[in-house]
Write a protein that binds this ligand. Sequence first.
Ligand SMILES: Cc1ccn(O)c(=O)c1
Ligand SMILES: [Zn+2]
Length: 261
Amino acid sequence: YLSLLFLGWLTSPSAWHNKYPVAHGSRQSPIDIVPHQASRDPNLSQIVLNYDRCTSINISNNGHSVVVEFDDTDDRSVIQGGPLDNPYRLKQFHFHWGEKGCEGSEHTVSGNSYASELHLVHWNAVKYKTFDEAATAPDGLAVLGIFLDTGDDHRWLHTITDALYMVKFKGSITDFKDFNPKCLLPSSLHYWTYLGSLTTPPLHESVIWIVLKDPITVSEKQLGKFRMLLFTGEEEDQRLRMENNFRPPQPLKGRKVRSSN
Ligand SMILES: Cc1ccn(O)c(=O)c1
Ligand SMILES: [Zn+2]
């Protein structure tokens, strides 16, 4: 039992710096966003999402989260505008959540957590040849963060939650075609943006974060289905429920958070 606790400690956010010293870097994510301290930047245009020709491929459990991957061999699904100098290609989206409704998001707003946070991960295919190369470059990735609040059922989330039983165990993967993440967006695309990092090891400081101000609403029942996923593989005897897969806010270290109009 103690060995499990020790193992748990080793993989917890507070221990990541031992293997990934960048965990104590100058542009780590997530952060606490304080709206009235964010500067409205008139030069910040709206963000534009072109997901209409997007091609989802599969859904999988990578031991950290549930991930939907997309065909990123061309510019069929991109995010552009806002703080971005060129289009960034959609590669995957995944979620972070807690064990109860009052925590689970990675970014917080004036110290308040949401129940979950959706990350749509894009990469700069104009400047870099592969996702892995982009993932280590300061302007390599653009992650669109969307908060999930609990309330009524989300009309389209069932498409994902109905597939979760097929990816219960770490390492499981199954087909997941024709899903357009546009159905997971809130009505307003107003956002905060700042320079940050991946929120899981290797914590590369390569992410231009675009966090939408408005959350989407999902039901406690829908969120509960994420908590039946496991961190552990089918062959492991310890079954660890996948929950609290969020990193807490990191020091701002003088960074400016900008706000769209
Ligand atoms: C690429 C990547 C990996 C993990 N997470 O949480 C992210 O938000 C982005
Ligand atoms: Zn994430």
